[in-house]
Write a protein of this length. Structure first.
Length: 726
């Protein structure tokens, strides 16, 4: 068995970088060539059809059947010209990731012939046999109808031989069964609410967008070594493994030069990504060995989420070609940094005015402070819900650990914005000078370039970075649609409250700008407790946060309860994002998913311990026993005491670890049986409270054995091998 580990290590160490691809042509010459974008539409759709499609993209207008037929015909011709033979509705079920079922364009006809067909109705709607996707009870399996419906705002694309059509996924009765539907609803709610506020600033016609720029972190592991780790294969993380003597303590990996093998992988990934119109911009080494990051330029949120999911699938397949496995788990290796997916979020107009960017005039700065205050209030009121939106069994390993966001959501504003707000608290009346409407807001101008990198607080889960907020708590494996939906919804809801309050002030005689200013001041006063610029990892902050009434819960299943709290249900209903039934169903899915993940981990760990670790430990124990018995025969009593007692001690230590492992395995087994009768919520809570600690405890014994047992006998690739492959 030991042999297979060594041959995997040998393979991994000796691998040459994949053949360098020929020099890529200029990116612009092939960018987006696999996307049914406006350039391509010009070739395949009539100008009238295009006009209606653009309108649908921009304003969400529905397409009638005749237009759908035209679009389908054009798309089919393009796809076939590109060599595609199949099409699929590409959607985002609650399992995470994406789903697709390929259908051939070929339709069999009479007399043994066939013809390529693709109708408007096939483009617009499909009914995948989706009975096995989680729905939290929204769809009984015998009533297994789920529909996918085309989302014209995210362009179709070609992957391999398949035309992929981004779609939403809904039940027979219209409930959302995916992540895209609520995301799109939340984007509309945020747009509408923000536009309404812009009316106070004479910008009522401005079209508002919600933007997202994600930063995807990931690990790469050589595929031969990966194949030797059943825990990585089955549970996406290493469940055992002793620290490598050297890991990230030298801090030499971050922004270091990219290893040639990895660089070849990245180049091909970018090439494939550009063909799909993903605006990739940045690539670099991350903090941990074998950890990297890739980030595009920010985009319209719906598209950005699709692009992130698309890139994750691309990464998996391109990595295979380079004999790597891409790991998105938030904590694949214990003791070194985990992977996040920072979500840079902002609101802005399509003409490029950032609503979270300070301006040059008083009025622009008031607009900035008003939107900022509303975001702060939304985060303050929903800090527990925002945490729930990023909570998962895998991200739980990052939260609260000393490298990543703490398990408390607070906002880092930076000195200058904080100063502006504090000044606002101090001013009672507006100073009556210039300004378009004869008012100045009475606060000093805020420099446009607010915060340079040195003023950044890396411990904050939600940080203002000059023109956007960076939600850093999102996990690397997550579909960022969920946290972005919560954020859009909370901000939309808050902006609506704001508008009501401002209108009330105006109705009682206050000039509009003064009403906005006064309300902004009040909001900031009421929620400034969400702001925290100190060290988010410290013990004092935990106490202080609790005193401020922020959510300090650390149990993931309990965090999920925020989704069905009365205030959340009301907020989601009022913004039209999800109904109570949908919210409850989603929580069922989340709880079930949590339990299943922990259940799998405990079973994989027990299997590994029984089949891989205990036999090897016994084998090594026998070597020691044999030696000790021989020494006993040879040595005098005094010599035996002097030379062999430590070895005897070690034999006992091994016996002790093996015994503990067996006891834990039995216990975990029993627990899984017991929990199987519980309701989803209770089950997840039990798994969290009782089983997770067992997994950690059992691991400690195995990791200790790894230190004791002869390296030649150890069956699984070790951290130092998994993490330092070039
Ligand atoms: P850092 O690692 O310093 O946080 P990166 O350059 O890795 O920054 O990523 C920053 C991300 O934020 C990029 O995707 C960038 O396009 C995005 N971004 C920049 N401005 C905005 C904005 N106004 N709204 C949303 N995202 C933005
Ligand atoms: Mg970054």
């Amino acid at each position: 068995m030991a042999n297979s580990r060594f041959s995997a290590v040998e393979q991994a160490f000796q691998r040459e970088p994949a053949m360098a691809s020929p020099p890529a042509p200029e990116t612009s010459s092939y960018y987006g060539c696999n996307v049914f974008n406006r350039d391509i539409m010009r070739k395949y759709l009539s100008s009238e059809t295009r006009r209606i499609v653009y309108e649908s993209i921009e304003r969400g207008a529905t397409l009638n059947n005749a237009v759908a037929e035209h679009v389908a015909a054009g798309m089919k011709r393009w796809a076939m010209d590109m060599g595609a033979t199949h099409y699929t509705h590409w959607f985002q079920p609650l399992t995470g990731g994406t789903a697709e079922k390929h259908d051939s364009f070929a339709e069999p006809h009479k007399h043994g012939t066939s013809l390529e067909e693709f109708s408007g109705s096939r483009l617009c709607q499909q009914e995948p046999d989706a009975s096995s996707f989680p729905s939290g009870g929204l769809r009984n399996t015998f009533e297994a109808r789920g529909y996918t419906a085309w989302d014209p705002s995210s362009p179709a694309f070609i992957m391999g031989d398949c035309l992929c059509i981004p779609t939403v996924f809904i039940s027979y009765t219209g409930e959302a069964l995916d992540y895209k539907t609520p995301l799109m609803r939340s984007v509309s709610a945020a747009k509408k609410a923000a536009s309404d506020i812009l009316k106070y600033f004479d910008m009522g016609d401005a079209e508002v967008c919600s933007y997202l720029g994600w930063e995807q972190e990931y690990f790469l592991v050589d595929s031969a070594l990966y194949a030797q780790r059943p825990d990585l294969i089955l549970s996406d993380r290493t469940l055992i493994g002793h620290d490598s003597a050297r890991n990230q303590q030298l801090e030499d990996h971050y922004f270091g030069s990219i290893p040639p093998r990895v660089l070849e992988f990245m180049k091909e990934l970018e090439f494939e990504g550009y063909k799909l119109g993903i605006p990739l911009k940045t690539r670099h080494n991350e903090v941990a060995p074998n950890q990297f990051e890739i980030a595009p330029v920010f985009e319209d949120m719906n598209l950005a989420v699709d692009h992130n999911l698309l890139l994750m699938s691309l990464m998996r397949s391109v990595a295979e070609r380079h004999k790597f496995k891409a790991l998105f788990h938030e904590k694949p290796f214990k003791g070194i940094n985990g992977s996040g997916k920072h979500c840079n979020w902002s609101l802005g107009t399509v003409d490029g005015i950032g609503l979270l960017s300070p301006g040059k005039t008083d009025e622009e700065n008031l607009r900035f402070l008003a939107f900022m205050a509303n975001v702060l209030k939304a985060v303050y009121d929903n800090n527990g819900l925002l945490k729930a939106s990023i909570a998962s069994p895998s991200n739980a390993h990052r939260l609260g650990a000393n490298e990543a966001p703490p398990a408390i959501v607070s906002v880092f504003l930076g000195m200058q914005v904080t100063a502006a707000f504090e000044e606002l608290l101090g001013t009672k009346d507006m100073v009556k000078i210039k300004g378009k409407k004869g008012f100045s807001v009475g606060i000093h101008q805020i420099p446009e370039l607010l915060i340079d990198n040195t003023d950044r607080n890396r411990t904050s889960p939600f940080a203002f970075t000059g023109n956007r907020f960076e939600f850093r708590a999102v996990g690397a494996s997550a579909n960022c649609a969920l946290p972005m939906t919560v954020l859009n919804t909370a901000v939309a809801h808050q902006l609506k409250q704001f508008k009501k309050a401002v209108d009330k002030r105006i109705a009682s005689g206050s000039p509009a700008m003064k009403a906005v200013l006064d309300e902004t001041r009040e909001i900031y006063r009421s929620c400034k407790d969400i702001c925290f610029d100190g060290n988010g990892y410290s013990e004092e902050w935990k106490k202080e946060a609790e005193r401020r009434g922020l959510d300090v819960e650390t149990s993931v299943p309990v965090m999920f309860e925020h989704f069905t709290a009365p205030a959340t249900i009301e907020m989601y209903k009022e913004t039209g994002v999800l109904s109570e039934v949908e919210l409850r169903a989603r929580n069922e899915v989340a709880w079930e998913h949590y339990s299943k993940k922990i259940n799998i981990e405990s079973r994989v760990l027990s299997d590994l311990a029984y089949n891989h670790i205990i036999p090897v430990a016994i084998g090594f124990q026998n070597v020691l026993l044999d030696n000790v018995l021989k020494c006993k025969a040879l040595f005098t009593d005094a010599e035996f005491k002097k030379y062999s007692l430590q070895e005897v001690q070690q034999i006992k230590e091994i016996a002790e670890h093996i015994d503990k492992i067996r006891v834990m395995a039995d216990e975990m087994d029993k627990m899984c049986d017991e929990f199987s009768e519980l309701e989803a919520r209770e089950m997840a809570i039990e798994y969290h409270d009782k089983l997770v600690p067992c997994i950690d405890e059992m691991r400690a014994h195995v990791d200790r054995l790894e230190m004791i047992v002869d390296d030649q006998m150890w069956p699984l690739p070790k951290y130092r091998e998994l993490l330092f492959i070039r």
